[in-house]
Unconditional design. Structure first.
Length: 148
C-alpha cells in the first residue's frame, strides 16, 4: 500500500480574522490564495511545519493518534513545542486519510491544519479514542469508518 502525504495551506497560513489587522492593512505579499480561500502567511506556522511535520509524518506508526471528529472523520496527533516562547504549547496536527480514486491501492493522507496551541485548548482530545496508524490505513482501504 502506498500513502501519499499532502499538506494544506493551513500548515503555513492563518485566517485573516485571526491576524489582528484589517484586510486592507495586510500587504498583498502576505496573502495566500489557494483558489478556495484567502489566508495570511504565518511565519510561526511555517517554521513549525518545517521543523515538525516531516518527522511527524514519518513517525505516525509510532505516534499516538486520536479521532478528532466523526463526520467527516479526521484525526489528530500532537507533539511538544520546544523553545523559549513555547510555554507548554503543543504542535497540533489534524489530518484525514482517504482512498485515492485514481489509483488502486493508494491512500491519501491530507494534513488539514497544523499549528501551536496551548495544551488546555485541546485537552478534550485526550479523552478521544486512540487508533493505531496501521489500523487507520486498513480501515480506510476497506472503506470502514473507525468508531469512537
Amino acid at each position: 500500500m502506498t500513502v501519499v502525504v499532502l499538506f494544506s495551506c493551513h500548515c503555513f497560513t492563518r485566517s485573516i480574522s485571526r491576524d489582528g489587522r484589517r484586510r486592507r492593512e495586510i500587504p498583498t505579499t502576505e496573502l495566500f490564495d489557494d483558489g478556495r480561500e484567502v489566508r495570511v502567511l504565518c511565519e510561526r506556522r511555517y517554521e513549525l511545519s518545517k521543523r515538525h511535520l516531516p518527522e511527524l509524518m514519518r513517525e505516525l506508526r509510532k505516534r499516538t493518534i486520536r479521532i478528532a471528529r466523526d463526520n467527516p472523520q479526521n484525526f489528530v496527533t500532537t507533539t511538544s513545542v520546544d523553545g523559549p516562547d513555547a510555554h507548554g504549547q503543543h504542535y497540533v496536527v489534524f489530518f484525514e486519510v482517504t482512498r485515492d480514486h485514481r489509483q488502486k491501492g493508494r491512500l491519501l493522507l491530507q494534513v488539514q491544519s497544523a499549528y501551536a496551541a496551548d495544551v488546555s485548548e485541546h485537552q478534550p482530545f485526550h479523552l478521544r479514542r486512540r487508533v493505531a496508524f496501521p489500523n487507520l490505513l486498513k480501515a480506510t482501504s476497506l472503506r470502514r469508518k473507525i468508531s469512537r
